[in-house]
Design a protein around this ligand. Sequence first.
Ligand code: TYM
Length: 335
Amino acid sequence: MRVVSGIQPTGDLHLGNLLGAILRWVRMQDEAECLYFLADLHALTVDVDPVQLRASVREMAAALIASGIDPKKSIVFAHSAVPAHAELAWILGCTARMGWLNRMTQWKDKAGKNREGSSLGLFAYPVLQAADILLYRATHVPVGDDQKQHIELSRDIAIKFNTDFDVDLFVPPEPYIGGGSAARIMSLRDGNAKMSKSDPSDMSRINLTDNDELITQKIRKAKTDAEPLPDDSTLLDSRPEARNLVGIYAAVTDESVEQVLTRFAGQGFGAFKPALADAVVALVAPLRTRLEEFRRDPAMLDKLLADGAGKAAALAAPTLARTYDAVGLSRSRNA
Ligand code: TYM
């Protein structure tokens, strides 16, 4: 079992990242060989501020270890530091089909009406994501629900490449999506939009860096309806904001939605929101304190990332060499 997953180092880590992915990454460290990386090449697909990007890579590395990723157990690195990712992405870009990429909902959402003005990188980035995964012959890719389509694309690319070149090289990966409510944490302002770092309203998300007061305020102001909580989870289906807040509570306290409803059925949000705020603060506050500590030590973070990149590069090299060989390229000829 080999686990690979990544996160873009843009903005702050939010509760969606934490519940949808990172806390599962932490749990998987004891079960498998894990590689977790900062997808800094992905961050270039939209306008980027170089100073900000450099700072964000360290900041996100600090956030990961503050959340419990242990660099002694897992390989942590920035994928730009392992050139094999970009090299493999080129080759896989010749296997992937335009039609497959055109169907990616994230491309459609992010490009919107401005397809012609979007970068080629934004269109092609799911191919780089496939390279990130296939390079390490990952068996499990723990992600939130929004990444499922990209993992399925990685499977399609792996299978087509193996078939086209008649090799048994790439392992078609499985998306590993946490069951229940954590897979899709929604915005606090709109129960139909996912919680996201690109949402212009900071009130829509809870960040790892938010202090207790701000977390409580964001939850108090979260959009809801006037009804009390039901005793049956199916009755939440038509109430996206209520469903989201109950889902967050369940994910944070590691309970089922039914268990949460058993406790709060009949109560309004006046009672539920303070309980939710307490639960979120109890999860986030200790991580935030650790984050502040790690942030003060950039040299440690740089060393950790350099060590991780060295280990990742060693694991990537044989797969890349076999890929070159499969397509008829010879790296040694020009070496
Ligand atoms: P990114 O940086 O958008 O998000 C990182 C992880 O957080 C999950 N996530 C969520 N889960 C539940 N609810 C939400 N509201 C929410 N928002 C984010 C994402 O599903 C993801 O697991 N393309 C990827 C990064 C990447 C990658 C990879 C992932 C690059 N290469 C290879 C896996 C394997 C991305 O932009 O994630």
